[in-house]
Design a protein around this ligand. Sequence first.
Ligand code: ZN
Ligand code: FE
Length: 256
Amino acid sequence: MINIIPIPAFKDNYIWLLVNSINHHCIIVDPGDALPVIDVIKQHNLILDAILITHHHNDHSGGIKQLIELYPVPVYGPAQEHITGVDHLLHEHDEIYFENLAMKFLIFDIPGHTKGHIAFYSTGMLFCGDTLFSAGCGRLFEGTAEQMFHSLSKITSLPTDTLIYCAHEYTLSNLRFAQCVEPNNIHINEAIALANQLGEQNLPTLPSVLYKELLMNPFLRCHADSVINSVNHHNGEQLSDPVNIFQALRTWKDTF
Ligand code: ZN
Ligand code: FE
């Protein structure tokens, strides 16, 4: 039985902790900070087996050094990024297996936010770092719109009941932008009501699930007439190619 628990870090990061509730072995994804992870490990007497890293940004990798000093475990990360402490370099389609959790992960290259960004996919769940957020997507710091669009397409081709474990609690502010893009999308209005409810109780809005994102995330809806018309109205243009719509949408969101 695997429990997946968000450990809040910094202002709005989540470090995802995967725990086998029977034997207490665990792995963590994107420890930007070591202390909150160490607290949880000690509090629940967990045995850390590995660290997974999606990309090089410090809010995802800054805790590695301190963690491996305490727990000398393998650290898996993207082969195409230089991250201090990562000692298992991963490429697209690699598979890694964690015996104590009986979990296998398949690696996807999902460049765009950073050049070498990867995702970890296990049946029913995806750890996608800063690539897909609920109702939004990561900023294009190192990659092109075309790369990011293609990366998101890889994610949308997964089974629609896949749970999406994003690395930031950006849902409500993303939804406000989504609502501006598609004011008549009822799924967005419902998601705002739910996110408000969860926020009032200080609960995470994550994980999301792919089928919900397909209905409300404008960055996954660049084929929809409502999104195309809205982007063109905003920019006074007549774009139709989904990649161009995606790029215009990302630029719009950057200054929203
Ligand atoms: Zn990042
Ligand atoms: Fe981040």
